[in-house]
Design a protein around this ligand. Structure first.
Ligand code: MTE
Ligand code: MO
Length: 544
């Protein structure tokens, strides 16, 4: 490597360097050179990420540096910050995180570009170091099972480092016959590599990833079996005819999504296996999807909700799931619940991306419809919702029951093992709390005076909704009309026709569950085991 002429250097007298060629005459970098150097850092970083992404699409999309580093950041982020992110950005939280990472990288890239102008080998080495960091993040992700995952970051870093070295060289080498940097050479190299990387990335994306194509093909080929135990028909009166109310069945594309995956795992169903093992399992076994779907199947309507759902929040949905009852599968393998003397009180489900979710064995085996589900509203699970198989246990929040992309089930104890969210401060066991929500009118709506339909949904899975009441301002509680109940495991719509008078009003709702318990007034936050409290909405009724 030839030693570059120092930008702000002190080696004023030209000396022979290691290769014996005379060094180029010295010139001082101008402000424009420094600007270009920073730009060179940016272009190098961009090319580096594009190359890494292209290589990752061939190896494993999750091994791309931004999602890999993002995943490592997510896992090390304190729970309170994650809560805040979910609250502030909702389902865009992952996009925001990745944008944040790209922004930080861009700032670092500008700095590295400037550094390289002062010290070319050092600047280049910093790029290489970032590559190592990305590679380390990729291979230490829980879903990484091969050192190949380091390749995208390393390849990207190599490309980026080389480019930075070349670009900085243009700025340090005077244009022939002048004392000025070869800016034209710089711009030509920067523009052509930037364009080439963009083109390659676009081509790579258009070609698709072989890994993902197999998964998509396996999903397209999956024929859902007919349910041996069909869900009872949804009663006609379960869906109220009120504009603005949440539909009784949440369409798949509207179903909320909460998980830690920066790249949605796309599992090839043909290669998928579910391993069942652990304490009290007499016959450890591994099932293929074909073996699983060949078992007796059940179809059930189940409302799923997230522990991070605040009072009035939208992290809840209701779907018709098709799957295999989990309890008989466990019994066949020799598992008994603690109430029958079984040694394991916790079932730990692990997903292909390393998520772990701990569920009480007693709950799974107490007769409720705990499922290993592969169908959602009549189609194979969407990738974002856990294709090919996820768990569902009515009455428990998703983080303690609903493992997506499940790959193993281990029987253990709560004493012996903390699942993913538990060390972060969330409760190890978390039955769903009763919630009710006003869907319409929306907050700060301005309905006209007269009859206004106040309506929404309420849920208390396992217990069912017994009554919903609405209060206008500080008035008396009035019973809302309940839609027909589908099952105790599904949410229930309700409506209250309100004779609205002009002015500002506060509408409040509360529900009573099937055990006769009414939601408490006082609101609590979502940590550690779910929010509670009454939902209210402020509206201004327009005069006639
Ligand atoms: N593998 C995996 N499964 C997971 C999660 C996750 O992060 N990873 N999140 C859980 C949480 S917190 C919830 S609320 C539900 C959400 O399921 P959905 O995204 O299909 O609505 O999935 C659960 N299963
Ligand atoms: Mo959740």
């Amino acid at each position: 490597m030839t030693r570059p002429v120092q930008a702000a250097g002190h080696a004023e007298t030209p000396t022979m360097n290691a290769t014996g060629t005379p060094p180029a005459p010295h010139h001082e970098p101008t402000r424009t050179d420094r600007l270009l150097a920073a730009l060179g850092g940016l272009v190098s970083a961009y090319v580096s990420l594009a190359v890494a992404d292209l290589v990752a699409s061939r190896v494993r999309p999750e091994a791309s540096p931004v999602p890999a580093v993002g995943g490592a950041v997510v896992d090390r982020t304190p729970a309170a910050v994650k809560e805040w992110a979910i609250r502030a950005f909702g389902e865009s939280d992952k996009t925001v995180l990745q944008l944040g990472i790209v922004l930080v990288l861009a700032l670092l890239a500008l700095a590295v570009g400037l550094l390289a102008l002062r010290h070319r080998p050092l600047g280049t080495a910093v790029v290489a170091a970032f590559g190592l960091l990305g590679a380390l993040a990729a291979v230490t992700r829980p879903d990484s099972d091969t050192a190949l995952d380091a390749v995208p970051s390393l390849a990207g870093a190599a490309a980026g480092a080389l480019l930075l070295y070349v670009l900085t060289g243009r700025l340090l080498t005077p244009r022939p016959g002048t004392a000025r940097a070869d800016r034209r050479g710089f711009l030509i190299v920067a523009a052509s590599t930037g364009l080439a990387a963009t083109g390659a990335a676009a081509l790579g994306r258009a070609a698709g990833s072989p890994v993902q194509e197999n998964a998509a093909a396996s999903r397209a080929a999956l024929r859902l079996p007919r349910p041996d135990s069909p869900a009872p028909a949804v009663p006609a009166g379960a869906q109220l005819d009120v504009p603005g109310i949440s539909p009784f069945v949440t369409p798949n594309h509207d179903f909320y999504r909460v998980d830690t995956a920066l790249v949605v795992p796309r599992v090839d169903a043909d290669r998928w296996r579910l391993r069942l093992h652990g304490s009290g399992v007499r016959a450890e076994r591994t099932l293929t999807l074909r073996e699983l779907t060949a078992r007796p199947t059940a179809e059930r309507d189940i409302t799923l909700c997230c522990v991070s759902n605040e009072v009035g929040g939208s992290l809840v949905g209701n779907a018709r799931w098709l799957g295999v009852p989990l309890a008989p599968l466990l019994r066949e393998a020799g598992v008994r619940p603690p109430s029958e003397g079984g040694p394991a009180d916790q079932l730990v489900a692990r997903s292909v991306d390393g998520m772990t979710i701990g569920t009480p064995v007693e709950a799974v085996m107490d007769g409720r419809d705990a499922l290993l589900a592969f169908g959602m509203n009549g189609e194979p699970l969407p990738f974002a919702h856990g294709f090919p198989v996820r768990m569902l246990v009515p009455g428990l929040y998703g983080y303690v029951s609903a493992c997506k992309w499940i790959e193993s089930i281990e029987l253990t104890t709560f004493d012996a093992y903390d699942a993913y969210w538990v060390p972060q401060g969330w409760a190890a066991q978390a039955p769903v709390k009763t919630q009710s929500r006003i869907d319409t009118p929306r907050p700060f709506a301005r309905p006209a005076a007269g009859t206004v339909m106040v309506a929404g949904v309420a849920w208390a899975q396992r217990r069912g909704i017994h009554r919903v009441q609405v209060r206008i301002d500080d008035g008396p509680w009035q019973d809302a009309r309940l839609a027909a109940e589908d099952s105790a495991d599904t949410w229930r719509q309700w409506v209250h026709p309100w004779t609205a008078t002009p002015g500002r009003h506060t509408l409040t709702v509360r529900a009573t569950d099937g055990t006769g318990t009414t939601q408490p007034e006082h609101r609590t936050g979502t940590m550690p085991d779910g929010a509670q409290g009454w939902h209210s909405v402020d509206v201004t009724v327009e005069g006639a």
